[in-house]
Design a protein around this ligand. Structure first.
Ligand SMILES: [Zn+2]
Ligand SMILES: [Zn+2]
Length: 428
């Protein structure tokens, strides 16, 4: 069995010894077992919104040329899970969701396995001496790093990928603690702030915030009304503020922007996409935080696979987010003040023919029954496949959508997690 001896993973000079015994191939001339040792080449560090890998000075020369690459595969050790018990687990329900089929750990990225190796593709920000600043990593501060390899699209990106069905499931884990952190295997939408409950362990409050992970950038769409609640809910779902690359603010209302300053206190390395019509007060506060502000006027990309509708409406200008998935486009709205149908139509006019899901605030709390009938009719005519009204949609509207969409109604509240497959090359 594999045995790990480590004095302290947090001290860069500490020796980290991995002794493994590996069954040899059935060749009598080979030894029946082989032991080897491995030591960390560096450590992950996270502090005040900055994430970096500190390479052991003895290995600094091995970094030569890495600065010419945009991304690096970081192989790290799940040291917090390094117990004999965790190493003995060979099968799990992926993402901690009991509804996902029991699966061997070699067919998952679970943080339990005989050798606790994890890998993350990280965007390199800069390399200075033995310090690699990276955009983010789903590893904790002090995590040992065992190897680095450059990301090479011609080797690392493959075509005609086959995936098991559980990857595509719109899974909802049974407890927040069991939720998968944003993984590179799928595009996930995680509702981290809403006035509707989905997971009893999370706090509800008036407002909306949703994290889109699995794209080249991790996006926080809106920030809810209260930074403490936002960060607490994110923490309970295993999402660190440092993982956020971009913040898209739908509109200026406090229940969508109130959590921003608390987020910026933890991570000001984000790019913020806000409607250009935002009040100067909010724009100035963003600029003072040193975060990058992009004032959105027309439709524009946020990253590959995600784009803004551009600011819409008159009184309260608002943008929605459109995300490409293998099932079609997923549209996320904050309050949909310009009208949810108008916002969906805007996405469709931009050339998105298949509308997989519209999720978020639909702002239909005061809509009359005939208005709701007409809106649902419009959704059907536009070919919206599934609907997940939450936040300010109104109870009656939620009920009407539920009756109209039946099994394609998505009950959304704080803690909901929706997963989608990446678009294939043909429908990218
Ligand atoms: Zn709102
Ligand atoms: Zn609003």
């Amino acid at each position: 069995m594999v045995k790990l001896i480590t004095t302290s993973c947090l001290v860069p000079t500490a020796l980290f010894l991995l002794t493994a015994t590996i069954a040899a191939v059935s060749c009598t001339s080979q030894p029946t077992s082989r032991a080897f040792t491995m030591e960390p080449i560096g450590w992950v560090h996270k502090n005040e919104g900055t994430t970096w890998i500190e390479i052991d000075r003895r290995f600094e020369d091995a970094l030569l040329g890495l600065e010419d690459f945009s991304h690096v595969w970081v192989f790290w050790w799940f040291d917090r899970n390094d117990t004999p018990g965790q190493r003995r687990i060979l099968q799990v329900h992926p993402r901690g969701d009991a509804d996902n089929p029991l699966t061997g750990v070699f067919a998952t990225r679970a943080p339990v396995r005989p050798n606790l190796i994890a890998l993350t593709c990280c965007r390199i920000i800069s390399i200075e001496q033995n310090r690699i600043a990276i955009a983010n990593i789903d590893a904790l501060d002090g995590t040992p790093v065992v190897d680095l390899k450059p990301y090479l699209p011609m080797l690392d990106e493959v075509e005609n990928v086959r995936l098991p069905a559980w990857i595509h499931r719109t899974g909802q884990a049974s407890r927040p603690a069991e939720m998968a952190p944003p993984s590179s295997q799928a595009i996930t939408l995680t509702i981290v702030y809403d006035n509707n409950q989905h997971h009893p362990g999370l706090e509800t409050a008036w407002g909306f915030a949703c994290i889109v992970a699995g794209l080249e950038e991790t996006i926080l769409f809106d920030t809810g009304g209260d930074g403490r609640i936002l960060l607490n809910n994110m923490q309970k779902m295993g999402i660190e503020p440092e993982q956020i690359d971009c913040v898209v603010l739908s509109h200026q209302h406090g229940d969508h922007t109130g959590g921003l300053s608390a987020l910026l206190d933890r991570n000001n390395k984000v790019t913020i996409y806000a409607p250009a019509s935002f009040p100067d007060k909010i724009k100035q506060a963003i600029k003072r935080s040193a975060a990058q502000l992009i004032e959105v006027k027309g439709p524009q990309a946020v990253c590959r696979g995600a784009r803004s509708t551009g600011q819409m409406g008159r009184a309260i200008q608002e943008q929605a987010l459109a995300i490409d998935t293998n099932s079609g486009t997923v549209i996320v709205t904050g309050c949909a003040h310009p009208g949810v149908v108008r916002m969906v139509r805007q996405v469709q006019l931009a050339g998105d023919s298949t509308l997989a899901l519209v999720v978020g605030g639909f702002h239909l709390g005061s809509a009359s029954d005939p208005e709701l009938t007409s809106i649902i009719q419009d959704f059907k005519e536009m070919g919206v496949e599934r609907a997940g009204p939450c936040h300010c949609s109104g109870e009656r509207a939620r009920q009407r959508f539920k009756e109209a969409f039946l099994e394609n109604y998505v009950s959304v509240g704080v803690g909901s997690q929706l997963s989608f497959e990446h678009p294939t090359r043909e429908n990218r």
